[in-house]
Design a protein around this ligand. Structure first.
Ligand code: BGC
Length: 390
């Protein structure tokens, strides 16, 4: 048995826009409905988790998991600049209470890519006031966070800076993304720091940001190693270095990307790929955790996302088993790891790729919203109950 540390958290993750449905007041909703968009379909009702969150959490807890990561939707809480909806604060507060009642430790993300339309119109992260606006949103959210131990300020600032760098991404890996907008990267860092200052007023609360660790590999061709160094720093490493001194660093790992002399390469035709077209590569997690531990100079790691889009649930179990074995090896080497949140609790809205890539431990009928757990949920719940892998 590969045993994990005492108190290790075992959970699954979602994000508001991907599961709640009807987030009509954020920037993504506008993008989804813009004529000629490259986004394959709009999010619509998504999984209607805005209403079904209790059921989602009950399934996770019933399977044996001990944590649930979800995000707040800023555009619901502050639908117009300066107006904070008490009803929405109460809604998210109920989510935290529900998680606690069910024995799930709630991990709350303040921002998972989407911003209110007013924020987008007013210059988005390029507005010099953006860090102030995010700090004020953090203050507004404090009543939700009173019983929360772990808060992720900004989800994948590195991917957010890339998404802000140009046209809509084909999907969320390096060869589908533009180069990061460095002004946006600086604004996200300033926003993260301001948000953490606000969060430090809550005793016992730990905060950090979460980084998509992309496991860049050189193709070994002439010039590829230099290109990798030049490419990886503003894509990943800068975000990890800037987490030094934070309470934790969130690691989100899925696949690897090869870098050739001209930059990121498409996935080779002869390897197994997932429904997002990414290489099936479970060691991505261990590589991400080790990189985060080193570059942050030993900030505790929290695996805030890891998973696979597949229609074959047995591949999900195989992938996750492989990823967890790598994670265990990193822990054995002395790396402090708080917990593991599988992406995702539910099949959901995968941004520009729509609903086709299914990452969930639970399937959802998009007309009736009936939830059907997959074998992988019971499997991960079993790992959680044993706090280890057989
Ligand atoms: C994001 C999620 C996304 C997942 C799979 C991460 O980039 O945080 O929102 O669904 O990876 O692409």
């Amino acid at each position: 048995m590969l045993t994990f540390p005492d108190g290790f958290l075992w959970g699954a993750a979602t994000a508001a826009h991907q599961v709640e449905g009807n987030n009509t007041n954020n920037d993504w909703w506008v993008k989804e409905h813009t004529p000629g968009t490259g986004i394959v379909e709009p999010s619509g009702d998504a999984m209607d988790s805005y209403h079904h969150y209790r059921e989602d959490m009950r399934l996770l807890a019933g399977a044996g998991l001990t944590s649930y990561r979800f995000s707040l939707e800023w555009s619901r809480i502050e639908p117009e600049q300066g107006f904070v909806s008490r009803a929405e604060i109460d809604h998210y507060r109920r989510m935290v209470d529900t998680a606690r009642d069910l024995g799930l430790n709630p991990v709350v993300s303040l921002l998972h890519f989407t911003v209110p339309q007013w924020m987008f119109r007013n210059g988005f992260w390029r507005n010099p006031a953006a860090p102030d606006l995010f700090a004020r949103f953090t203050e507004a959210a404090l009543p939700i966070l009173a019983e929360v131990d772990y808060v992720c300020t900004i989800n994948e600032p590195n991917i957010a800076a890339m998404l802000a760098g140009g046209e809509t991404a084909a999907n969320l890996v390096a060869f589908g993304l533009p180069r990061p907008d460095l002004q946006v990267a600086d604004a996200l860092l300033a926003s993260h720091k301001r948000s953490r200052e606000v969060l430090q007023s809550v005793s016992g609360l730990q905060s950090g940001w979460t980084v998509a660790t992309q496991a860049f590999h050189s193709t070994g061709e002439p010039g590829a190693d230099e290109k990798l160094r030049e490419y990886a720093y503003p894509s990943d490493d800068w975000y990890l270095e800037n987490a030094r001194g934070d309470d934790f660093i969130g690691v989100q790992a899925y696949t690897r990307t090869f870098i050739g002399p001209d930059g990121p390469m498409k996935v080779r035709a002869d390897v197994e790929t997932t429904l997002t077209g990414w290489e099936y590569f479970p060691p991505a997690l261990e590589l991400g955790v080790r990189a985060a531990w080193e570059l942050t100079e030993h900030v505790p790691v929290f695996v805030t996302e890891n998973g696979i889009a597949t229609a074959d649930d047995s591949r999900r179990i195989d992938y996750t088993d492989g990823a967890l074995r790598g994670l265990h090896a990193a822990i054995e080497d002395g790396i402090a790891v708080i917990g593991y949140e599988h992406w995702s609790a539910l099949d959901n809205y995968e941004w520009a790729s729509g609903f086709r890539p299914t990452f969930g431990l639970i399937a959802v009928d998009r007309e009736t919203f009936v939830r059907t757990p997959k074998p992988s949920l019971a499997w991960l719940g079993g790992v959680a109950r044993a706090n280890g892998l057989a």
